[in-house]
Design a protein around this ligand. Structure first.
Ligand SMILES: Cc1ncc(COP(=O)(O)O)c(C=O)c1O
Length: 377
């Protein structure tokens, strides 16, 4: 009876994410203190894997004035969940979706006059107004109007009916690097355009530029609002641009130990037998795989009963194997940590990113939709 009850207390899910909304609220407060500006919390990509609906509510409770997403679909998810906050779509939106954006009071990025004219034609037919933020390419080489063409762009845009120019923004390409020069130049180009627009009386009310690294390291790039992505989640923009230690990581990835058994010496483990036991070995199976966003790569680590253990062989779609010789007391139902802390041990998102040869952004954004998110405050 005792034993059966043990399975009811642990191992409810094969794998799950624990999201600490208290950490996210703490981080938004720290961003406000550091930058002394309004905060636009970047919640695209399912809030960097953390869960867009719950995270958006938390950041707003902590004082974030705006939410930013990459696509209209993400903004609509928020509206469907009843979120009435201010939202900017920073990427491309089709003119066919402009009316939907307008009706849901969602602001769009514009960077091309033909697209903006199409927006104008679509919304004026329905007597609607579309709010836009003009994207300026001060050095990113991605979406945006070049600063030299900015004044003419604004002058034309102001002749388009149904378009209300609410903001202007740019994006830093290299604010997370030790070399400061390029970001300083981006700020100078943006400043120049803003003063040209001010002189003509057409500077929009909201100018914003800084991403996480920008707001930490370039106070001159603060303008009216900062766009905080990765540091909202307590993660470092890069190794060269770490977050202060008052920021708290919010995400842990956990899995249940679903099998423990002894394999004889020379036994293959998993697909293609990319690991073979060296002796009689105690092998565990955990319920996390590449379909959960856990990369199909050799050489990971997991925490079991506070100890680091190696992941063996190829990660399967829904499961992978771990070596339990150093943890003889491990048993089915144990909680295994893939990201986060267990007792005195800790695997950070950065550590996993380095094993996978990528950056922390990609690790968290890749966490699959099927993985349940468990929220705590
Ligand atoms: C336009 C724009 N602004 C802000 C951000 C947030 O960047 P970070 O997560 O580095 O703060 C991003 C993220 O990629 C972005 O594309």
């Amino acid at each position: 009876m005792e034993d059966t009850f043990r399975f009811m207390k642990t191992g409810y899910y094969s794998t799950w994410l624990e999201i600490d909304l208290g950490a996210i609220k703490n981080n938004i407060q720290k961003i406000q203190e550091i930058s002394n500006h309004s905060v636009m919390a970047v919640v695209k990509a399912n809030a960097y894997g953390h869960g867009i609906i719950e995270v958006s509510k938390a950041v707003q409770e902590a004082g974030a004035a705006w939410l930013a997403v990459a696509r209209l679909e993400e903004a609509l998810t928020l509206r469907e969940a009843g979120n009435q906050g201010k939202i900017l779509v920073m990427g491309y939106t089709s003119p066919q979706q402009a009316l939907t954006a307008s009706l849901h009071d969602i602001s769009l990025a514009v960077y091309d006059l033909d697209i903006a004219l199409a927006y104008s034609q679509v919304v004026t037919k329905e007597n609607a107004i579309l709010k836009v933020h003009v994207k300026i390419d001060t050095g990113m080489g991605r979406l945006g109007v070049f600063p030299e063409a900015g004044v003419e762009f604004f002058e034309k845009l102001h002749t388009f009916p149904g378009i209300y120019v609410e903001g202007i923004f740019t994006h830093f390409a290299r604010a997370d690097e030790p070399q400061l020069g390029e970001t300083v130049r981006q700020i100078e180009r943006f400043d120049q355009l803003l003063s040209d627009l001010s002189r003509r009386g057409i500077r929009p009310e909201l100018a914003h530029a800084s991403n996480s690294a920008g707001l930490l390291y370039f106070p001159k790039g603060g303008y009216d609002m900062v766009r905080a992505g990765i540091i909202t989640y307590g993660l470092n923009p890069s190794a060269e641009a770490p977050v202060p230690d008052t920021f708290l990581p919010a995400l842990s990835l956990k899995a249940t130990l679903t099998s423990v058994k002894m394999l004889p010496k020379g036994h293959g483990v998993g697909y293609n037998h990319r690991y073979t036991t060296q002796a009689v070995e105690r092998i565990g199976v955990i319920g996390v795989g590449y379909a959960d966003g856990f990369r199909r790569r050799l050489g990971g680590i997991a925490l079991v009963r506070g100890k680091r253990v190696p992941i063996l062989g190829t990660i399967c779609m829904d499961q992978c194997m771990i070596q339990l010789d150093s943890v003889p007391e491990a048993e089915i139902g144990d909680e295994v940590v893939l990201i986060g802390a267990q007792e005195a041990e800790m695997i950070s998102v950065d550590e996993l990113a380095s094993i996978w040869g990528t950056i922390n952004y990609e690790v968290v954004c890749a966490m699959a939709a099927r993985v349940p998110r468990i929220y705590k405050d």
